[in-house]
Design a protein around this ligand. Structure first.
Ligand code: 9MG
Length: 356
């Protein structure tokens, strides 16, 4: 039996709560209670709501370690020369150098246009630009490595030369190597190092940060009836296992970011449950990334709005994420998301400023 900790009961500020609230992952959010989720293997046995003030009496060693992870500050990310603070939410802009991308297909047909789009996103406030050359939308087919390198390397080279912090979105070790040579300083692997047996060693040797994302099944088939008994618990335990595997391969824990993989082998109800339970993932001790931008769940909740009319839903999800302490939101619409997060930040700063 183990107990997982899911923070809940978020409060505006710690003032007046007299030690009865805790700070989430050293960020801008405070919570007053924790759901203790007792599990046996992958199965949830019970859920109990406990105020933060009463928690310590309940701790065993495993819970105490998870509590420390849940409440400790995340170190800044170092992407080459760029230091990215994680005590506040950051935006990662998406540049798809793919002809078949689901929401901007064909728009960035050539490398120069793609790099210019990325540079514009950086100027709008994106801390990182994520460049991908293989679509992982449901049903997408595999791209040969040579083609993928040809798509991403020139874009990355141009962006990196302008001083932009670049990550490469790929599942393949050879693409990672070529992207790192071109100037990428981070890897976003939607397979969480399960696709290519050489990826973990490549990343460990380069010493760059990596995003490990949950998925169920490959992109080709992942939306064909995905099933979970308890999506929150199962995704949590899967990511915990992948963090362990990455560490064993020599990737330092401070270099690992995790992502529950919104839409990757999940039905509507699974995505919504994960969004509502995001804060639990902080007890794995790694910065959290989420990518909900323009995804089909937004269409499903809004009369099947097409991908290019999902900005409102994308921002609603981004705000839901940062309210739960998510450190990086991966988005198409950088300007609008940065604006939304700046307003959110203003509200947090006001609430966290003591009255004179
Ligand atoms: C490449 N890609 C598409 N969707 C994504 C998501 O939700 N997270 C991450 N990390 N990458 C994604």
């Amino acid at each position: 039996m183990r107990t997982l900790l899911r923070p809940t009961g978020f409060v505006d500020s710690p003032f007046g709560h007299d030690g009865k609230v805790a700070r989430l992952a050293g960020g801008l959010n405070w919570f007053a209670a924790v759901e203790l989720i007792r599990i046996d293997g992958h199965e949830r046995v019970s859920t109990e709501l406990v105020p933060v003030a009463d928690l310590e009496d309940r701790f065993d060693d495993d819970m105490a370690a998870h509590w420390r992870a849940l409440t400790s500050t995340r170190a800044p990310l170092q992407l080459g020369e760029r230091t990215i603070r994680l005590d506040q939410p950051q935006v990662m802009g998406i540049v798809n150098a793919t002809p078949d991308s689901f929401s901007d297909g064909g728009q960035f047909a050539d490398a120069i246009a793609a790099a210019e789009a990325g540079a514009a996103m950086a100027a709008e406030g994106a801390a990182i630009i994520d460049v991908g050359g293989e679509s992982t939308r449901p049903g997408a087919s595999l791209v040969w490595e040579g083609d993928e390198i040809e798509r991403v390397a020139p874009v990355i080279r141009q962006l990196a030369a302008s001083g932009t912090a670049v990550s490469v979105d790929t599942r393949k070790a050879d693409v990672m190597t070529a992207a790192l040579e071109a100037g990428a300083r981070m890897v976003n692997d939607v397979s969480a190092l399960t696709y290519d047996g050489r990826s973990a060693a490549t990343i460990a040797a380069a010493g760059v940060p990596v995003i490990l994302m949950h998925h169920q099944g490959p992109p080709e088939t992942m939306q064909q009836d995905p099933r979970y008994d308890d999506v929150l618990v199962e995704v949590y335990l899967w990511l915990e296992e992948r963090i362990g595997a990455a560490e064993e391969a020599g990737i330092a824990r401070e270099k690992i970011l995790i992502d529950p993989g919104f839409g990757f082998g999940k039905k509507l109800r699974h995505n919504l449950e994960l969004m509502n339970g995001l804060a639990m993932f902080h007890s794995l001790g790694c910065p959290l990334v989420i990518g909900t931008s323009r995804k089909s769940t937004i269409g499903a909740l809004s009369g099947e709005a097409p991908a290019d009319r999902r900005l409102g839903g994308s921002i609603a999800f981004a705000l839901k994420a940062v309210e739960q302490g998510v450190q990086v939101v991966r988005v198409h619409d950088v300007f609008e998301t940065v604006q939304a997060l700046r307003v959110w930040r203003g509200l947090r700063d006001q609430a966290l400023t003591p009255r004179p």
